[in-house]
Design a protein around this ligand. Sequence first.
Ligand SMILES: [Zn+2]
Ligand SMILES: [Zn+2]
Length: 267
Amino acid sequence: MSYPGPVPPSQARERVGPWMDLFSKLIYPLACRSCDQALLPEGAGDGLHRWLCGRCLNDLVRVESPYCENCGEPFEGAISGAFTCGNCSGRRFAFDFAISRFRSEGPVRELIHDFKYGHDLSLRSVLGQLIQEVLDDPRLQSEQLGEWVLVPVPLHRSRLRQRGFNQSAEICRALSRETGIPTLDALSRSRQTDAQASLHRADRLENLRNAFVLRRPWFGAAPNLRERKVLLVDDVLTTGATTHECAKVLKRDGGAEKVVVITVARG
Ligand SMILES: [Zn+2]
Ligand SMILES: [Zn+2]
């Protein structure tokens, strides 16, 4: 695997808004972003140590092998070789495969909840750091990821107004800053859909049908993804119905060659 590497700090500052990051440092100078316990002085830690205390780092639950080769669902027990889970049997996803690095429990669950529903935008950096671990997946190791593109799952504009930001787009930007892989805001959500959690599987698929389109700018052409490889980014993957619909549009309408779904957590 290779990707361009972190964006130099001078460029990163221009892209992410220096005041927002400075503001978050002033509020949380040296505290664990999950439990607020004091951290070592800045600079003593790197990677996730910059954001989380030792106890919270220990409480992270990673999705370890064996997991479903399609949707990333972990399997309790021993299996040798590739396998497909019950969620995927009889289904063909439009994405090539999905990978989540953490289970949606403990600190990861709380961080995502505070990010989305507590509107704590400053958590995007730690979530960007967490999702970066999916790039260690053996299936991505041989790829030139610098030639891929990160695409966020879009929010409908009414939800965007309500939340103030798109959590997937913010995680995308943080990951892009860490890795140098470019981001392309290629999709938009053409209609608001009912809450997926309240629906049965067949209704979920119907609910999302044609909910996504390629983003059409006011001026110029729609994004050209022809023969591009895409990392489709979301915070949590549950059934895969949303990312399936997004991948369908990226391939059918955008011409993408490959779409791999990456999420921070597996719900
Ligand atoms: Zn902690
Ligand atoms: Zn599966």
